[in-house]
Design a protein around this ligand. Structure first.
Ligand SMILES: O=C1C[C@@](O)(C(=O)O)C[C@@H](O)[C@@H]1O
Length: 260
């Protein structure tokens, strides 16, 4: 459990890192978004695979997804680390995936060695998560384990336990996104983050509450133990993501207030 260093970006040290999603329906649009990231406040890029579709609207297979991944990596500025994510419909994504197919795709992404970081859903990967983490590590990748609840904010203890479970299964970074129904829910997410931060010293965490009520957690999460936050440079991948440039200014202002 320690700082994750990818292409000179240290996740878990210093100011929270800004991750900007590439969220596109086809390769040309994904490549255009990747190129445009050079001019943004992004510290890292995330390629979301789930919105990609073939020209006839059908679902691309693993080979086609890997071709888009390769094209995006080529188009990205060299210094930007790339996180690749297949977000399943069960966790708020754009594509339904049977667990067996999901695991096969993650194996392919591990062996492809094009992504610096691979998102693996705690619940969809299930018991195979430890093996998938070892596989990613053998191929030089790092794992961001994740859990998303687009309907509600689970109890604080449950949120902290999910983050601990990800660490126990071998993830390098633990990520949690929940939907608040009240401002107090957003505060619960921050409290769960602080609890997990204390229970998992040195483990990089990424947490956020989504939607308008959660937006504040994307700005101030660093003070509670979150090491990265998602901002948009045009196409957002989840509700409540602020503009990346505005997020950079807010993080800098917060840093100046808190650290002088
Ligand atoms: O896990 C996350 C966090 C996220 O859902 C958000 O709320 O910013 C956005 C997703 O693209 C990413 O994979």
């Amino acid at each position: 459990m320690s700082v994750v260093s990818v292409r000179n970006v240290r996740i878990g040290a210093g100011r929270p890192k800004i991750i900007v999603p590439i969220f596109a329906a086809d390769e040309a649009e994904a490549v255009a978004q990747a190129k445009a990231l050079a001019e943004t406040a992004a510290d890292l890029a995330e390629l979301r695979l789930d919105p990609l579709r073939e020209a006839d609207g059908s679902l691309p297979g693993a080979g086609a997804l890997c071709r888009v991944l390769a094209a995006v990596r080529k188009a990205l500025p060299e210094h930007l680390p790339l996180l690749v994510t297949m977000r399943t419909a069960a966790e708020g994504g754009q594509r339904a995936y049977a667990p067996g197919d999901y695991i096969t795709l993650l194996e392919v992404l591990c062996t492809e060695e094009r992504a610096d970081l691979i998102d693996m859903e705690l619940h969809t990967a299930g018991d195979t998560l430890p093996r998938l983490c070892r596989m990613a590590h053998r191929h030089g990748g790092a794992v961001v384990a994740s859990m998303h609840d687009f309907a509600k904010t689970p109890p604080r203890e449950e949120m902290a336990a999910s983050l601990r479970a990800m660490a126990e299964k071998g993830a390098d970074i633990c990520k949690l996104a929940v939907m608040p129904r009240t401002a107090a829910d957003a505060a619960e997410l921050l409290a769960a983050t602080a609890e997990a931060r204390a229970a998992l010293p040195g483990m990089p965490l990424i947490t956020m509450a989504m939607g308008p009520l959660g937006a504040v957690t994307r700005v101030c999460g660093g003070a509670f133990g979150s090491d990265a936050t998602f901002g948009t440079a045009g196409t957002s991948s989840a509700p409540g993501q602020p503009d990346a440039a505005a997020l950079r200014r807010a993080l800098d202002a917060l840093d100046a207030c808190l650290n002088g």
